[in-house]
Write a protein that binds this ligand. Structure first.
Ligand code: ADP
Ligand code: ASP
Ligand code: MG
Length: 401
């Protein structure tokens, strides 16, 4: 069997944890399996590197930031290989350049295009455990890119797909995917399994237990994932196409505080205005999420939408520059908002989920600022300081004890 095993930052945070991971990998190797390991940077080292960069140059030149961040993963793979060798097992560490993990050019948010498997296969054929840096790629200029925060999961899935692995295991600091963040909602329950579609919504809407691109890739290439703890042997959560479980109406609640709301106010009420607003943002690669259009005063209209907090200033800048052309009266930005979403495939066949969600928030005295839905999700925008209470209220309403 070829197994891809990915370990996140907390799982390799110190010497003891590195040896713990090394031993778990060696167990599989000693059973005759081929083992490819993907690692994140140790502990909070990516945050530390970002802080160092900001301190030296607040402009944070993107190419150099990626060059810097990639060293975090390089440190952990080299140390892991040393740990395995200290335990008498042949191991080799490889970075994205050595593997040749080709990505798009966008620094900080690159996507994989193609992965060469020759080098890894060669090492596997020589019965080595291969340890690969997560989170990084190389672009057409032979520069190092990174995949966005949490991107090591995506490296693991991309490698599992490229190598036709028999298993892809994501080890983290919780025992699987829960009905809500178990650190925020203590009575959250571990899900034995979840569909790709539900997991994709959860990941995109704030459950950082998996990088959303990793779920997208897993679905595309049919890679079944297991999310489990690196510290216990508890069975984790299987992420796959369909689940055997009788579909619960709501499987999870996700919370995303990394959200800003922008309102473009007093626009002319004529065709093409919305197009102009979103075209300008699209050209700058700004991802727009929940959108609301409402009628303003004097036959004008207002368009509000959410973006991630990191992109809010850039979005405001470009909109302000184009204020006249857009016919806007003024533009506002509010970073103190959060998205709370309930997710479940069962919603498709169950009426009344939205009204129950609104009831839960009403009972908790929480005001809803925007609403957006898909077939399997309802998202509301609330004030950031209400987000945790809103999450708990929705959890209590939908998830049985
Ligand atoms: P790693 O470093 O292993 O990649 P992350 O911090 O990226 O770990 O992801 C794991 C964290 O995700 C958990 O510690 C937990 O707080 C958070 N999390 C958020 N939502 C969920 C959820 N629905 N189920 C499990 N964990 C969640
Ligand atoms: N080290 C990177 C981060 O902290 C990638 C990852 O952990 O997946 O975002
Ligand atoms: Mg992660």
């Amino acid at each position: 069997m070829l197994i891809v095993k990915k370990f996140g930052g907390t799982s390799v945070a110190d010497k003891e944890r590195i040896f713990n991971v090394a031993k778990r990998c060696i167990e599989d190797y000693n059973k005759g399996n081929d083992v490819v390991v993907v690692l994140s940077a140790m502990g909070k080292s990516t945050d530390d590197l970002l802080a160092m960069a900001a301190d030296i140059n607040p402009d944070m030149p993107k190419r150099e930031v990626d060059m810097l961040l990639a060293t975090g993963e390089q440190t952990s793979v080299a140390l892991m290989s040393m740990a395995m060798r200290a335990l008498g097992v042949p191991a080799i560490s490889l970075n994205a350049f050595q593997v040749a993990m080709h990505s798009t050019s966008t620094y900080g948010n690159a996507k994989f295009k193609r992965i060469d498997t020759d080098r890894i296969q060669h090492e596997i054929d020589n019965r080595r455990i291969v340890i690969v840096t997560g989170f990084q790629g190389i672009n057409k200029y032979d520069d190092i890119t990174t995949l966005g925060r949490g991107g090591s999961d995506t490296t693991a899935v991309a490698l599992a797909a490229a190598l036709h692995a028999d298993a892809c295991e994501i080890y983290t600091d919780v025992e699987g995917v829960f009905t809500a963040d178990p650190r925020k909602v203590p009575n959250a329950k571990k899900l034995p399994e979840i569909t790709y579609d539900e997991m994709l919504e959860m990941a995109t809407l704030g459950a950082q237990v998996l990088h959303n691109r990793s779920v997208e890739l897993a679905k595309k290439y049919g890679v079944q994932l297991v999310v489990r703890s690196s510290l216990t042997t508890a069975e984790g959560t299987v992420v796959k196409e369909v689940t055997k479980m009788e579909s619960m109406v709501v499987n999870g609640i996700a919370t995303d505080k990394n959200t800003a709301r922008i309102a473009v106010i007093g626009l002319q009420n004529t065709p093409g205005v919305a197009f102009k607003v979103f075209n300008i943002l699209g050209k700058k690669n700004i991802n727009v999420d929940v959108i609301l259009q409402s009628i303003g005063r004097d036959n004008t209209k207002d368009i509000s939408f959410t973006v991630s907090e990191e992109q809010a200033d850039e979005a405001m800048e470009i909109l302000e520059e184009n204020k006249k052309a857009l016919t806007a009266d003024h533009i506002e930005c509010d970073k103190n908002v959060a998205k709370v979403s309930v997710i479940g495939a069962g919603m498709q066949t169950n009426a009344g989920v939205a009204s129950k969600m609104f009831e839960a928030l009403y009972n908790a005295g929480i005001n809803i600022r925007m609403i957006s839905t898909s077939e399997i999700r309802i998202t509301v925008l609330v004030d950031e300081d209400c987000a945790d209470r809103a999450t708990k209220a929705a959890h209590d309403m939908f998830i049985e004890d």
